[in-house]
Design a protein around this ligand. Sequence first.
Ligand SMILES: [Zn+2]
Length: 235
Amino acid sequence: MEALTERYGLTCYGTRLGDYRVLLVPDTDAENPRNWDNFGTLWFRPTEYNHNRYQNYGDEGLGDIDSAWLYFTDESPAMQVFGSVRLAHVAFARWLRMVKGATHIKSVSVYEHSGITIRYQKAEFVERPVDWGHGSFDGLIFDTEEGRQDIADPPEAKVREWLTGELETTKAWMEGEVYFVITEIHNETCDDGSDCFDPDCDAWSEVESMGNYYGEKYAEGDAYQQLATLFLTGN
Ligand SMILES: [Zn+2]
């Protein structure tokens, strides 16, 4: 796809086929996917140094997890018992497993890259707190007993897939990669007809608009399909 036109001051990528075209229009008002009824829990740790700046990106109502974190880590006298950050993390992970029923725990980091985004290891789920990176993570995503209750015994591979999918969706939202896929037709009112290559020609009118594509690859995949269908069948 190529940069075709602008909407609301934002570049829209798209492609043309005959008298039809498809545009990916950024949805600047997309809902934070963490407000949905998710399978996993995305938690960002409360710390003094970041003034809880990332907590807004995680799920709401995780005060009990915040409390457990503060209890187990170096911001609490309990740290004197554990003696090291690593052991405190081990104890916290055990708490997540026992109390929340977590079976998969994955660390997440937030960083600035023309806006804010998150980073995580794609392929592997980190099972051992020692691999969380010695404290250099901002949050965790994990499954819970509660999240699994509607799904009878989901296979381990599915649990990993769902958690990774949720991170991809959240990442897309944070990076502003949520789109409408809009198909348009170039009407006969334009004198240049099929020879018109003005992307801002008045003769373009909308055929269909579909929203809620979190992630460019989903939007693009569907966009090509819709364009092909429109081109072949005319509706
Ligand atoms: Zn035209």
